[in-house]
Design a protein around this ligand. Sequence first.
Ligand code: GLN
Length: 454
Amino acid sequence: AHLDRISAVDTDVHAFLHVSADEALATARDIDARRAAGEDLHPLAGVPIAVKDVVVTKGLPTTAGSKILEGWIPPYDATLVEKIKAAGLPILGKTNMDEFAMGSSTEHSAYGNTRNPWDLDRIPGGSGGGSAAAVAAFEAPLAIGTDTGGSIRQPGAVTGTVGVKPTYGGVSRYGLIAMASSLDQAGPVTRTVLDSALLHELIGGHDPRDSTSLDEPVPTLVDAARQGALGDLTGVRVGVVKELSGEGYQAGVSARFEESLELLKAAGAEVVEVSCPHFVNALAAYYLIMPAEASSNLAKFDGMRFGLRVEPTEGPVTAERVMSATRGAGFGDEVKRRVILGTYALSAGYYDAYYGSAQKVRTLIQRDFAAAFEKADVLVSPTSPTTAFKFGEKLDDPLAMYLNDVATIPANLAGVPGISLPNGLSDDGLPVGFQILAPARADERLYRVGAALE
Ligand code: GLN
């Protein structure tokens, strides 16, 4: 049914870069046979899933939305893909994204735009617009995204889906094509909070192949979602982050947010205001740290090891000239912009002024979170300041594009988990997202409060 739906709508939506119909059907048939034989299967066995194209999949093309990886077939599976396969979820295919996960609209994909199923003239968010659009358009019930600076939560918000960024280290990064290694986390994109809990428990857990993986058992998220669904939040302190609402937020976004605060109060939660004064500098710190790490991670795309190789049209064919020609042809403008920004921020004369200062701001943001979580069990805000914008609206203005991440980025800088929930429609008829943040390793709070609000 999902493959039929993809055939029917994906020419318009373009959520997928690659559909693995044969593999998905083979898995589905295998699960049917095992179920008929009475085997005890994972609760998600047989439920199809779409995977963002930045996650490596053995035998399936993986491009990270870039021409530089066109035609590359990974020889191994990411840990989270191994877990998905072991549990028997058919993989429907790989979803579109901004090139190397850099963007907030999926317009930076080298393979064309994904369209928002709510309005095909609008962006589906980014970088994981493909995963969110696939779930919103009923092409897939579940998807995997990655969130370095909001790329699961912001697409979730603008497509009316649920998206979760787990605690940093909660889900293995082994087999994610790294963008900014200290910020990247993979997580679920689904239609309900309970679905996200099931998928998060499946992909989470310690992995010796990722040195930043938390060596702890996966938290019990499904139980937390079931408890939350009963609707009682008595004793839960909800902190409204002063710096993440109000000015700069679309009126319809703020109105839905205020209504949800009333719903939380009606469920028995205590709503308090908290201040995180350094959050106003989060965006600036992120857009130094992220390009710095990305410029280093992307150095491996040199025309020698993976995918594209372009030789210079004239002059000697030296290694350096092949690298230059390959990177010149294979990377898009946004990737080049960030590599330049990152290498500049890391260069000898500017390291302290830019990268060093940004790291200090990062520490201050972590302290703001620590202080806020003394006063509240969870923090809340709108996920994104606006609903889905039109194609082209922010494409020529990188700063306007970056501003869309203002509410999602603090969580990545501090490593704390966050969820975006559908929060009704704005006055323009487009979906709004409600964000909940919890302390590191307290992901179950997202599910308890999220399910109560759902
Ligand atoms: N909009 C963010 C950026 O462009 C999204 C990053 C992400 O989460 N992959 O950096």
